[in-house]
Design a protein around this ligand. Structure first.
Ligand code: TNX
Length: 497
């Protein structure tokens, strides 16, 4: 058997072996071949070709593979299921061909991300560069450890445009993340148009932290984000955060307030001071309309109901409210996911997201015992809005400083007492935007921590070692430069140059 090799790929593949030889050279005459009758695979081939053309300048035609199987070029093939699952793939590189096989198009898309990272960093450039464009001779067999590998983006505290969200989707999908959790509503802004309640976006969307103009997504905008994500095998999970974090809604409709008076729009960064009025039936009509419209726009199975920091609501009333909201979500054909506080409801949502490292996790464990699956977002490890250290210009500090190693060096199966591998659906990195205003700000906080969290979610524990990881991370830096990604040069990483 050939020795296993340490490729500079993130997340680390489950298995990678060198096969000897000089590897494959991408040249002016390389073709990309996809199987006949598989439009999803043809599109993956076309997208791959598009990306490679920009930096190589080669024609790279995409053709349907003929029979008998053609040799040469980059071959995308679908195979019977076997061990690969929906997202797994096999990548074999010889002097004659690059062959990528997967059970599902999704697996081919994940494998293409590995292939990108095996090519020289200049492949990520947006103008034509000089080769050579070599791929090392390897055989990779890979599949994810966890099904949910998410990135959450807070578009409520500061609004981000459709193009900015697409940029984030590009970056997360390169590291094989497969969920984009969009935090669409909060005290400071309501970011999605709802036909039945037009002032939510028109008024509630007109503010943001610090007093900027805010913004919102029309339904067409949101559909565009969902489609762009789908093309990259990323599922959008929209969050409508209730009953707290609702000042923007309360400011838009006086009837949602217990006293019938709408508060002013809010542009600060305090949390926990607002709640929908749980006593009024109009609140549940509102929720039914909003959840119904957002569910109808969302092809994925989940809808996030928030539920965090409802500090003005007594526990028993809170639990009854969450139970009722879950019924509404179910009636609209979706599964509810909620922040860890929602584990107090009986039954708890089918998925609960752990975040608050400062509060006890008993309820989370108990919910897991009852069959709830967990998405792990421990703030002291995966909150990308925490400062790296005391010198970081952006970010908050309530969960401490989160350096690259903190984000990377932990294991989902041992994080919480009484919670094991089988209880964990996956991990998710949170990018809260109280202090983040631009794509450059987002990238600076996400890189280089986000690729580490992606590896926590994808790679087997046996393939993960901090020392190897820091070196692989350093090797990503020229890629980020080629893609114009703004990243933090953490002193924990041995950057070249
Ligand atoms: C806690 S995480 C919050 C957010 C803040 C974040 C800032 C969670 C469920 N609630 O509302 O943006 O901390 O780090």
């Amino acid at each position: 058997m050939q020795p296993s090799v340490d490729l500079s790929v993130i997340p680390a593949p489950a298995s990678a072996r060198g096969t000897g030889g000089a590897g494959f050279a991408l040249t002016r005459s390389t073709r990309i071949l996809t199987p006949p009758g598989e439009p999803a695979v043809a599109r993956i081939g076309a997208d791959l070709a598009g990306g490679l053309r920009r930096s190589t300048g080669y024609p790279l035609p995409v053709a349907r593979a003929g029979r008998p199987r053609e040799r040469g070029g980059i071959l995308l093939e679908t195979t019977g299921g076997g061990q690969l699952g929906d997202e797994g793939y096999e990548l074999e590189v010889t002097g004659a061909a690059v062959t990528l096989r997967a059970h599902r198009p999704e697996g081919l898309f994940r494998g293409v991300q590995t292939l990108r990272q095996l090519l020289p960093a200049a492949i990520e450039g947006s103008t034509v560069r000089r080769g050579p464009w070599r791929v090392p001779a390897v055989r990779v067999v890979d599949r994810p450890r966890f099904a949910w590998r998410g990135a959450a983006l807070d578009v409520a505290r500061h609004f981000f445009t459709v193009d900015e969200v697409k940029r984030y989707i590009d970056l997360i999908s390169l590291y094989k993340l497969n969920v984009l959790h969009l935090h669409l509503t909060d005290d400071q802004g309501w970011r999605i148009a709802v036909d039945g309640w037009p002032r939510l976006a028109a008024h509630g969307g007109s503010s943001e932290v610090g007093g900027g103009r805010g913004g919102f997504y029309t339904k067409q905008d949101y559909r565009g984000i969902v489609r762009y994500a789908q093309d990259r095998y990323v599922t959008v999970v929209p969050e409508i955060d209730v009953p707290g974090h609702t000042n923007a809604a309360l400011a838009s409709y006086p009837e949602l307030n217990c006293d019938g008076h709408a508060p002013e729009l809010y542009t600060g960064i305090d949390v926990g001071f607002t709640s929908l009025c749980l006593d009024k039936e109009v609140t549940y009509r509102f929720l039914d309309d909003v959840i119904g419209e957002v569910a109808a726009l969302t092809p994925g199975p989940y809808l996030h109901i928030g539920g965090d920091e409802a500090q003005t609501v007594p526990d028993d009333r809170y639990a009854a409210f969450i139970e009722r909201v879950q019924r509404i979500v179910r009636a609209h054909g979706k599964r509810a996911i909620g922040w860890q506080e929602t584990a107090k409801a009986r039954p708890a949502p089918s998925v609960v997201q752990y975040w608050n490292v400062r509060s006890a996790s008993d309820e989370v464990r108990q919910a897991a015992e009852q069959g709830t699956k967990l998405v792990l977002s421990p703030a002291s490890k995966v909150y990308l809005d925490m400062k790296y250290d005391s010198g970081t210009r952006l970010g908050l500090e309530w969960a401490g400083h989160v350096e690259v190693r903190d984000a990377y060096d932990w294991d989902p199966a041992t994080l919480l007492d009484g919670v094991g591998e089988q209880d964990v659906l996956g991990v998710e990195a949170q990018l809260w935007s109280e202090t983040l205003r631009s794509v450059g700000d987002m990238e600076f906080m996400a890189f280089p921590r986000l690729p580490g969290i992606a590896e926590v979610g994808w790679s087997p524990a046996s393939a993960r070692h901090w020392d190897g990881f820091r070196r692989r991370l350093a090797a990503q830096a020229p890629r980020w430069s080629a893609m114009a990604v703004n990243y933090h040069r953490s002193p924990q990483v041995p950057w070249a140059g």
